[in-house]
Design a protein around this ligand. Structure first.
Ligand code: NAD
Length: 417
């Protein structure tokens, strides 16, 4: 197991690497390394047993050169300020890469939500957002869900916020329930975006998607929708897995069926039309054209990177490759679509929801999907062309450099540097 790097140290190391490609000064690196603001809030809360407990939450607002801060809020017992700061920096790069009118933000509350009753969860959510209310806003900072937060939590945030500011600004958070002016398409958007990036990469590198073989690790929200769209577009999804293990059929899996089996039994292993069952390690090394790690971080390391057979890796999950694996695969000529590009479909759909909220509900779900496809495709093409020009730079650094260049240009124009 590789040593766990502090996420913020890792984000700063990546920033420095990308900055050296761009020839940025130490002054600019210093400005970009530190968030503009990190808000810490104390949330004292009366629990169901009558005792008061204090929770701590943060919101890191990393950079606003291109627009309001954008990024999720997570509830997790291991959340730290350092983690939230790192994630907010990656959000700045992700939004800039997708050319969304946003900077980066991220929030978190140190809590195990599984140990809270529903009343406690609602109370905690309302108190956290009330504490943040003067620091967020439709034109200032627009949160969304992340680990263990969902549309219901967003609905509580909106309700609390509306009562405090006395304005019906539903657009202050995104990925809301559709009744409260969210978009139904939000649930499929990250997986759809992953599929668009895989499709476009296949066009450039493999001459097209038709008949190409794909393995996907993780069959949750991101992995299952990526599988669905890619198989609908003519690719052969031959292997998928979840935490219990994987399945392989070289003739192609019937994805609608696998989705049904997973929903009804909780495991893809119960799908029967397979040639072979696979461990998650074997899935990553399977003989396919495209590999999509869409489960957890750090699964491709220096140990298994030399045995990866895919020519394209599309990062559905956040951080599935370790820095050593990145280097090995780059040297081996494997094309990597990094997470800040590949899994940006969610934040892109959040932007469409936010625009729609501002327009009073003008867009249809079809408009939203069309826009998502166009935005992901354009970002991919810009990234790919940049990689062609800078073939000396690895893919992760290239994606970050492209994003950072935009942020720095905006800072220069605004007179910050
Ligand atoms: P999810 O909980 O819906 O699904 C996760 C899947 O991974 C499940 O099928 C689970 O069984 C499987 N899994 C868990 N541990 C595993 C292991 N050790 N080996 C193999 N499979 C394992 O989560 P999700 O929303 O699909 O998110 C997946 C990844 O994508 C995460 O890294 C997340 O941060 C990232 N991501 C998600 C979104 C989004 O909008 N959902 C957006 C950006 C990034």
């Amino acid at each position: 197991m590789a040593k766990q790097l502090d996420p913020y140290e890792m984000a700063v190391a990546q920033l420095k690497k990308a900055a050296s490609v761009l020839g940025l000064s130490d002054e600019i690196i210093e400005i970009l390394a530190v968030p503009e603001r990190v808000i810490q809030v104390k949330i004292p809360m009366k629990m169901d047993n009558g005792k008061t407990k204090v929770f701590i939450g943060w919101r890191s607002q990393h950079n606003s050169a291109l627009g309001p801060y954008k990024g999720g809020i997570r509830y997790h017992p291991n959340v730290t300020m350092s983690e939230v700061m790192a994630l907010s920096m990656w959000m700045t790069w992700k939004c800039a890469l997708l050319e969304l009118p946003y900077g980066g933000g991220k929030g978190g509350v140190k809590v195990d939500p599984k140990k809270l009753s529903r009343r406690e969860l609602e109370d905690l959510s309302r108190k956290y957002f009330a504490a943040l209310s003067r620091f967020v806003g439709i034109d200032w900072d627009i949160p969304a869900p992340d680990v263990y937060t969902d549309p219901q939590v967003m609905a509580w945030y909106v309700d609390e916020y509306i009562n405090i500011i006395r304005k019906m600004e539903f657009g202050v958070v995104t990925a809301k329930p559709d009744i409260l002016w969210g978009l139904k398409a939000r649930v499929i958007s990250t997986g759809y975006g992953v599929a668009v990036v895989a499709r476009e990469a296949a066009k450039k590198i493999l001459g097209g998607l038709e008949g190409r073989t794909i393995a996907i690790q993780g069959f949750g929200n991101v992995g299952s929708f990526a599988a669905k769209f890619l198989s609908e577009w003519g690719a052969r999804v031959v292997a998928v897995s979840d935490s219990k293990g994987g399945i392989l059929n070289n003739r192609g899996l019937n994805i609608e069926e696998v989705i049904r089996i997973k929903r009804e039994t909780g495991a893809v292993l119960n799908y029967e039309d397979v040639e072979k069952k696979l461990t998650n390690e074997e899935l990553l090394e399977s003989e396919v054209d495209i590999l999509i790690p869409a489960a957890i971080e750090g699964v491709i390391t220096k140990d298994n990177a030399p045995r990866i057979k895919a020519r394209i890796i599309v990062e559905g999950a956040n951080g599935p490759l370790t820095p050593e694996a990145d280097e090995i695969l780059f040297k081996r000529g494997v094309f990597i679509a990094p997470d800040i590009l590949a899994n940006a479909g969610g934040v892109t759909m959040s932007w469409i929801e936010w625009v729609n909220n501002r327009m009073g509900g003008w867009l249809s779900e079809e408009d939203a999907m069309r826009k998502l496809d166009e935005k992901m495709m354009n970002a991919f093409v810009k990234f790919y062309n940049y990689c062609q020009r800078r073939s000396d730079v690895d893919y992760r650094t290239a994606a970050q450099a492209l994003a950072i260049e935009r942020v720095v240009s905006a800072m220069k124009l605004r007179g910050w540097i």
